[in-house]
Design a protein around this ligand. Structure first.
Ligand SMILES: [Mg+2]
Length: 192
């Protein structure tokens, strides 16, 4: 019998705020929604977008539905620089890329959400083996997580899972490991 094959780690990668510039694109769409200029909406937002006057779940969902169906949110977000380059490098080195996203949180919009997501991933040349639409990210069994949502980062770390917080204005309070760019994610993965 030969040596047991060394399994390369599975990297669980979040999409919004990590690979795709959710807040940047959402800001443009929200400006249209409120009929104001983009400059009137602060760039520094927290999770839930209260800085843009969104205080209730219902409001958030209305804006989100408009963004998804009328402005193809998941298809039109710019890629966060470095996502393609460094995910491809990691994938070529043998790491297993597993995309994990909680994009199916509004009922009866799933076809659009999934179609826009796969079109975006292919269009931007993001390499991946698995695509999981999951709220409970710890249950997909990745070895390393890259995530920006502060609640998710906290939950994953509580369970002892190595989680790199991808820095943006919603997670300023989160401690290391914290990456401000994809090249930093790459270095952190390698340092493990
Ligand atoms: Mg996210």
């Amino acid at each position: 019998m030969g040596k047991p094959e060394k399994r390369m780690p599975v990297i669980g990668v979040d999409l919004d705020g990590v690979c795709a510039d959710f807040y940047g694109r959402m800001r443009e769409i929200a400006a249209e929604w409120f009929e104001i200029t983009v400059d009137e909406l602060p760039e520094d937002v927290s999770y839930g977008l209260k800085e843009w006057g969104i205080h209730e779940k219902k409001q958030y969902e209305s804006l989100h539905r408009y963004a998804l169906h009328q402005r193809e949110l998941f298809k039109t977000m710019p890629m966060i620089p470095g996502a393609r380059k460094y995910l491809r490098k990691l994938s070529d080195e043998g790491y297993h890329i597993r995309i994990i996203t909680h994009r199916l949180f509004i009922h009866y919009s799933h076809a659009s959400a999934v179609q826009q997501t796969v079109a975006w991933l292919d269009g931007h040349g993001i390499p991946y083996w698995d695509l999981c639409f999951m709220k409970e990210k710890s249950e997909v069994g990745a070895d390393i997580y890259v995530e920006d949502n502060p609640d998710n980062v906290t939950e994953l770390r509580k369970k002892g899972l190595y989680t790199i917080c991808f820095a943006n204005s919603t997670n300023k309070h989160m401690h290391a490991p914290r990456a401000a760019s994809w090249s930093e994610v790459y270095d952190m993965v390698h340092a493990l």
